[in-house]
Design a protein around this ligand. Sequence first.
Ligand code: PLP
Length: 462
Amino acid sequence: MKNVPTTQAAFDEVRKSAIDIESMIANGPIAPIPAVRPEEVRSYLTSRYDFSKPQELDDVITDVEAMLRKWQVHVTHPRYFGLFNPSVTVASVVADVLVAMYNPQLATWRTSPAANEIERHTLTWLAGKFGLPSSAISNFTSGGGESNLSAVVVALTRAFPNFGEGGLRELPASPVIYLTGGAHHGFFKIARITGLGRGALRTVTMDRDLKMDVGDLAKKVAEDRKSGLAPLMVIGTAGTTAAGVIDPLAELASFCRREDLWFHADAAWGGAAIVSPRLRSHLDGIGEADSITCDAHKWFSVPMGAGMFFCRHPEAVLSAFESDISFMPGKTSTVVDPYTSTTQWSRRFIGLKLFLALAERGESGYAEMIEHQARMGDLLRNVLERTGWRIVNQTPLPLVCFTRDGLIPSKFLAELYKRQIAWMSEVQLDGGPPVLRACVTSFRTTEEDVEWVVSEMNRIEL
Ligand SMILES: Cc1ncc(COP(=O)(O)O)c(C=O)c1O
């Protein structure tokens, strides 16, 4: 019998390439300057790819890589201080290649027992870290948007047993969802997708630290009840996108319990802090949530397309996404088939990238990665303050919003990009003036990077 071909050699190549690409990116530009125009990319593609005849794969790969290098903001660059797009661990890159090669279908358990159980094992471990009961149910999603959508659909299903059959039109009263202006804007989409409408979102006031004001929440819930509406759920964010603020999760959990409301913790970015002994107390109360969103493709540093949804009410999840159809193969009575407990049908093996990276680094390795980035955030804050900038947000997480007198962020950022110093963004906090926003998202960012960036920024005179 011929030897079964080993993939080891191929993976050694992938590993080596991933490391080479990582160092090439770190030593190159962060963003295309001047910014590329759509026509330039389109005419390049049109001139080379009409697909009329086959081309050598190696040539096409080389060409695609050249396009990616030239025409992309390099989010894995150690001086990319942008949105929550991480540098990626080599193990998680290898995992994505492995998944593509075996292409397991995770819709049913029977088709892919190994992949399904690897996902279940990883999620159960993380659910335990959050403090959810062992009966909680969880699944990998395409990202935080899908997880948050799952939360709203499951909350509706639990609060209104006839929702699945009769839909919104048969509800006894209109549901209301409470969140702050710091919650992720995807909830506006979710309100439309679910048919609730944007009017179902009630914006709760934030306190001076941009956390949800629980007093105002209580007032709004009471008013809505009085007006005959049906308060449904509260969204507490653990690491807001604009300012990295963590809402008072424990207070929100007990308020929701008292008021019989669903408490959803959107910890898409900040949730990874749960593996850090230094940071996890900032998430106190998250284990009391009815559901949690946490993205592996944010602070867990794995490639895109890896969200997670956790829920303490398996029966509500099963009833929200139930499906029974004869063409689906191999039902297994002792396990739940993912197509009957999640929004997706065909399912990619999303979880391997987190599993492999966790297995390789271990919990302590992950804690170190997270804490390193938090330390880089603290350093950034200190160096900025020391050199005359004003910090305008409060968070233990590595996201710094800052300004100085007379600053026009858009002009400053244009110069920052032109000089290839770093990639940062502009943000308005609670309707205030635009300020700069810098988030450390790479476990490869060093102290030298942070100090160099600030000293170069301080040379920009506008
Ligand atoms: C707090 C929060 N929730 C949800 C999302 C949406 O996540 P995704 O982009 O993975 O869909 C984001 C994205 O940045 C976020 O910051």
